[in-house]
Design a binder for this molecule. Structure first.
Ligand code: FES
Ligand code: FES
Length: 213
């Protein structure tokens, strides 16, 4: 049988293997030092050959006007900015919390044009002309929103980190009319995670407010 069919090609002669260049300790150190120096001097090049600085300088930005808690804002933002970062870092409204920054916990929930959204997943540039309500805009002066009062009455929080998102989600849930039963509230607020496990009291607070009790 021929070698082509069996695939049993003869191994290369020993001299051929010996003639391959073997990296020495010295060449290894020289190579890694050069790479390290390049990173320190200019940063890692991106896939298009840009360093971090050039990439940031080249990032497109947009002008944007929107209303947050009744106040008009005109800003210029990097097109990649999330609504959550716009609120927390540009507009100094840190009430909306960054939990997962990936749409999985609900800590960043706010209302956009009356509908609840995960602000960490919402691009700010898409909100031209939008009306945004955050936890900071819920109270009427010194008077808390009824759901904020209910959270206090029901002791519906422990560490409080999820609470702004829970309350904004609860307000959205009530607007949507998904408060017919504890099960319904649980279902429609299932995107809001509480690591302290205050779910029973959170549901009670929403039920109390929705029922006007
Ligand atoms: S921070 Fe937005 S969903 Fe977790
Ligand atoms: S009160 Fe602590 S995470 Fe909800």
């Amino acid at each position: 049988m021929s070698k082509e069919l069996t695939g049993s090609a003869a191994p290369p002669p020993a001299e051929a293997l010996d003639s391959r260049p073997t990296p020495s300790r010295r060449t290894f150190i020289a190579t890694t030092t050069a790479v390290g120096g390049a990173i320190a001097a200019g940063g890692l090049a991106g896939p298009l050959g840009f360093g971090a600085e050039e990439a940031s300088a080249a990032a497109p930005s947009s002008s944007l006007s929107l209303t947050v808690n009744g106040r008009r804002h005109s800003v210029v933002v990097d097109n990649r900015t999330s609504l959550l970062d716009l609120l927390r870092e540009h507009l100094e409204l840190p009430g909306s919390k960054k939990g997962c920054n990936a749409g999985a916990c609900g800590a960043c929930t706010v209302l956009v044009d009356g509908r609840r959204v995960n602000s960490c997943l919402t691009l700010a540039v898409r909100l031209e002309g939008a009306e945004v309500t955050t936890i900071e805009g819920l109270a009427d002066g010194d008077r808390l929103h009824p759901l904020q009062e209910a959270f206090i009455e029901q002791d519906a929080f422990q560490c409080g980190y999820c609470t702004p998102g829970q309350i904004m989600s609860g307000v959205g849930c009530m607007k949507e009319g998904h408060t017919g039963s504890a099960e319904e509230i649980r279902e429609w607020m299932s995107g809001n995670i509480c690591r302290c496990g205050c779910y029973t009291k959170i549901v009670r607070a929403v039920q109390q407010t929705a029922g006007g009790k």
